[in-house]
Design a protein around this ligand. Structure first.
Ligand code: NAD
Length: 236
């Protein structure tokens, strides 16, 4: 990897692949979530308007799955990095699970929302939510029956983009883990970071769609690649 002695700021992008070994299905695999449900049905505002019950049921299932899953060695390793790295660090995750946090990481940003959060479109409040939204519970803040999953759907703006682009502009090292590179704007982060001079690495089961943009590609399981990479960084 680049010259570790000069690395100060690290940005990490994680995707569904880092949680696959925790038993959470990725979206694009053969047995992926999109196989059961076309993306337009469950992950667009139009799909929600057309069939709110189907969409609430889909995210009720995601919530249950997330609560049952446990962090794996890849999440644990990033939590160790977060604890021991004195330089800048931002873990930008596309995942809606909370496995980074449960492993102990705190410098985490959920650009696509969170399974265990719900959003009231009447009063704009967000609440931690572990139960169902299917029977239309009232918002604890305003009482309206207007709560939806706090998930960024296709066609909606990802959260905290300014913060992400500022971190990418300052990054000396950009590492992409377990993401197919199919969903923008996240798929463009590697070029953003590289254009500001960052060294770029992908850790993934197979080459991602943007593989050619990375300085290094390491292929394998996140549970093996991530702990090995973190050990390299911390052992500099
Ligand atoms: P994706 O399904 O498109 O790609 C996953 C990538 O991970 C693939 O390239 C695959 O080869 C790789 N992978 C699979 N198992 C792996 C392993 N054990 N180790 C390393 N790599 C592995 O997922 P994505 O790129 O995150 O897709 C984008 C969308 O999917 C995001 O919007 C995200 O919010 C959503 N998503 C989130 C979750 C979650 O929160 N756990 C689950 C599914 C999908």
């Amino acid at each position: 990897m680049g010259d570790m002695a000069t690395i100060r700021n690290i940005v990490i992008l994680t995707g569904a692949g880092i949680s696959a070994e925790s038993g959470l299905r990725t979206f694009r695999a053969e047995d992926g979530l999109w196989e059961d449900h076309p993306v337009e049905e469950v992950a667009t505002p139009q799909g929600f308007a057309r069939d709110p019950e189907l969409v609430q049921r889909f995210y009720d299932e995601r919530r249950t799955g997330v609560l049952a899953a446990l962090p794996n060695p890849a999440h644990d390793a990033l939590a160790r990095l977060d604890r021991d790295w004195d330089g800048g660090l931002l873990i930008v995750t596309q995942n809606i699970d909370d496995l980074h946090e449960r492993a102990g990481a705190s410098r985490v940003l959920h650009m696509h929302g969170e399974a265990l959060s719900v959003w009231c479109t009447a009063c704009d409040a967000r609440h931690r939510w572990e139960g169902s939204l299917l029977d239309g519970p009232a918002c604890p803040a305003c009482g309206a029956v207007s709560m939806r999953p706090d998930i960024v759907w296709f066609g909606e703006m990802p959260y905290r983009m300014e913060e992400i682009f500022a971190a990418l502009a300052d990054a000396d090292l950009f590492v992409s883990i377990g993401t197919s590179g199919a969903v923008y704007p996240a798929a463009g982060f590697v070029q953003q970071a590289a254009s500001h001079g960052a060294h770029t690495i992908e850790l993934n089961l197979e080459r991602s769609q943007g593989s050619a943009f990375f300085d290094e590609s390491r292929l394998g399981l996140a549970s093996e690649l991530v702990p090995a990479w973190v050990a390299e960084v911390l052992g500099r």
